[in-house]
Design a protein around this ligand. Structure first.
Ligand SMILES: *Cc1c(COP(=O)(O)O)cnc(C)c1O
Length: 420
């Protein structure tokens, strides 16, 4: 359930009509709903109510906007970060350092040190090399870094190959059959407090079975580690729950996920940690766009909108589907191709899509754009960075300014030796 609904024929975000936001802020524009974010955060937390004191860390990469992070911090969420930039954001948004988990396969020396200096709660180590490097830094600072070892369970998550992370050929985590040896080695390092196992097999999972298989392997590993004399007090089960991108699409509900987790982990005797991203933010945002013009095509019209693949990359990157709806639908339907202005055929949001009839100047939204939307924006074709707005009841605020193409150009220089 989200708070982007028609009222008197006009699409609203909560109590705010979208045409008003478009008029004040311009398009294209991301619009987030605070009530939807809060609702999703609570649904996910409630789904885990059978567990003792789970730790929930929002995957910042899915939507790193400071205002969005603040909404989730206020809900008691921590953060799962994958770069120094995201760590800085999480702290700035008010997340407590001890609630922050640092994931990522390529944390640099400077980023590891940044995490130590900030006093974050846990590092999810993705290789033994990273573990020894972190141990050396922690020793230098006279601290012990709390760590989980991320394992690669070699499970097919049955999602898009570019967002599958738990197959053996993927770059993430250490192979399961070497995990005990690596964990034991790292556990003897002065600078590390090896306390757990982490796993994350991919995103937009439409099926709980691969997750259950992966968690089963983690459970077996925890037992093996304890038999070998290692201490294991935490297990981080990652994120990955999918969201419906099409009206009527059925996906496992957070409650079913929670039940499965409670069943599989009931004898683990650890504190469980979670890193949801998409399931919290996905349906809490839309990309609001204006039709530039409708171009006659051979078989279908091309609806050319002012949003493009640089603003919302998922269709171009993953062939992803986003529902596309008029802000003021007349009830008349047509079949059209929905495209952006960028000079690349990849800049196509949908082909042969049944959609509302639209004309030049009309507003429309791409739904389910709150996760992996604005965060993946680029300035390709010398377009600016899209603006972001957060709605709360009857009020709204710009939470990220539009960055004009000219401002991006200001960071470029032509060297003297080219200027004659
Ligand atoms: C991307 C990512 C997540 C979040 O995935 P969602 O599918 O958005 O829930 C969680 N953990 C790690 C390590 C990730 O890389």
């Amino acid at each position: 359930m989200d708070h982007f609904q028609l009222r008197d024929g006009v699409l609203h975000a909560e109590d705010v009509p979208l045409p008003r936001v478009a008029e004040e802020v311009g398009t294209p524009l991301y619009v987030y709903s605070r009530a939807t974010l809060v609702r999703h955060a609570r649904v996910f937390r409630d789904a885990l109510s059978e567990l003792k004191d789970p730790h929930i860390a929002f995957a910042v990469k899915s939507n790193p906007n400071l205002a969005v992070l603040r909404v989730l911090a206020n809900e008691g969420y921590g953060a799962d970060v994958v770069s120094g930039g995201e760590l800085t954001r999480a702290l700035k948004a008010g997340m407590k350092p001890e609630d922050i988990v640092f994931s990522g396969v390529g944390k640099t020396h400077a980023e590891l040190q940044h995490g130590i200096e900030a006093g974050i709660g846990q590092f999810n180590i993705e290789s033994e090399e990273e573990g020894y490097e972190l141990a050396a830094i922690a020793r230098r600072f006279g601290v012990k870094a709390a760590c989980a070892l991320r394992v690669n369970p070699d499970v097919d998550a049955r999602t898009h190959e570019k967002i599958s992370t738990g197959k053996r050929e993927n770059k993430f985590g250490v192979p399961l059959d070497r995990a005990a040896e690596i964990y034991t080695g790292l556990a003897s390092e002065d600078g590390l407090d090896m306390r757990g196992i982490a796993v994350h097999i991919g995103s937009q999972l439409a099926d709980l079975e691969p997750l259950e298989t992966a968690f089963g392997k983690v459970g077996a590993l925890i037992a093996e580690l304890r038999e070998g004399g290692c201490s294991v007090t935490h297990a981080d089960l990652g994120g990955g729950l999918g969201v419906p991108y099409k009206a009527g699409e059925e996906l496992p509900a957070p409650a079913e996920y929670g039940k499965m987790v409670a069943r599989v982990t009931k004898d683990w005797d650890v504190r469980l940690m979670f890193e949801p991203g998409r399931v919290i933010a996905g349906n809490a945002g839309v990309l609001l766009t204006k039709v530039i013009r409708v171009k006659r095509g051979i078989e279908r019209p091309f609806v050319v909108v002012d949003a493009a693949m640089n603003d919302l990359a998922r269709p171009a990157m993953y062939g992803a589907w986003h529902d596309f709806d008029a802000v003021e639908p007349t009830g008349e339907k047509t079949v059209a191709h929905i495209v952006g202005p960028i000079c690349e055929t990849g800049d196509t949001f949908a082909m042969d899509r049944e959609c509302d009839v639209l004309g030049a100047g009309d507003l429309a939204v791409f739904r389910t754009a709150g996760a992996y939307g604005a965060t993946m924006a680029s300035s390709y074709n010398s377009r600016g960075f899209v603006a972001e707005v957060l709605v709360d009841g009857y009020k709204f605020a710009v939470v990220a300014d539009r960055i004009a193409a000219g401002a991006i150009m200001d960071a470029e220089q032509v060297p003297d030796w080219l200027q004659d």
